[in-house]
Design a protein. Structure first.
Length: 228
């Protein structure tokens, strides 16, 4: 069945009206074009990885739009003058294993001095709740602006849990960056962490009975690494 995102947007915003003030959906033509290619089931691993890298780099340009700046004095070849440079907290990048790894390089191209941590989660087969199996953060993570990365925000369970684990370690300046989100995932993260801004390249229709985003792009981790 053909899916038209424009005919469905009113459903998303009606359901998420309470939460949308903290949700940022990017509609840049380059992002949408590249994402459409990623959605194609015939797109191979190599191209999928490259596109995810490119979209991540395009997204971080907007994610960092409100970072604070300060005037500094710079001597150009012509004269000395004052110009704006970044101020405030340094950046930390926290991919959720494993698919979040595919977003790191694109962001690092624009923020090469960022430090990278990792959070690994699995779902308990009995309780169905996320369980942390790995967490390695920069020593000064609590003093950084953290970007939590995961291509797919489906049920929101993993993202909400990862943010919770970071907060327990004293981290409170957190932004969540996703490629595609479902309304259910947005709602859960915003209910559990109303202070966290969410940045997505696309807000899709819903989840199916197996927890996959519709229309989505399938399992991002499998498509990224060529596994099933």
């Amino acid at each position: 069945m053909e899916y038209n995102i424009h005919n469905k947007l009113f459903i998303f915003y009606e359901r998420l009206d309470t939460f949308m003030s903290k949700v940022h959906v990017f509609d840049h033509p380059l992002i949408q074009h590249k994402l459409a290619i990623m959605r194609d089931k015939n797109t191979g691993c190599k191209e999928f990885r490259e596109l995810l890298d490119e979209i991540s780099m395009l997204m971080v340009y907007e994610v960092t739009r409100d970072l604070p700046v300060e005037e500094v004095e710079v001597e150009t070849p012509i004269m000395t003058a004052k110009f704006n440079m970044l101020a405030g907290k340094p950046i930390g990048i926290i991919p959720i294993l494993r698919a979040g790894l595919g977003m790191v390089d694109g962001i690092m191209q624009l923020i090469p001095n960022a430090k990278v941590g990792h959070v690994g989660l699995y779902r308990d087969p009995e309780t169905l709740e996320p369980v942390e199996y790995y967490c390695k953060l920069p020593e000064d993570a609590e003093h950084r602006e953290l970007f939590v990365l995961d291509p797919m925000l489906a049920t929101g369970g993993s993202a909400a849990a990862a943010i919770g684990f970071l907060k327990k370690r004293g981290c409170n300046n957190i932004r969540l960056v996703n490629l595609i989100a479902a309304p259910e995932g947005i709602e859960r993260v915003q209910k559990e962490h109303p202070d966290v801004d969410i940045y997505v390249a696309a807000l899709d229709e819903k989840l199916n009975d197996h927890g996959y985003i519709i229309p989505g792009l399938g399992d991002a981790g499998d498509r990224l690494f060529g596994t099933k």
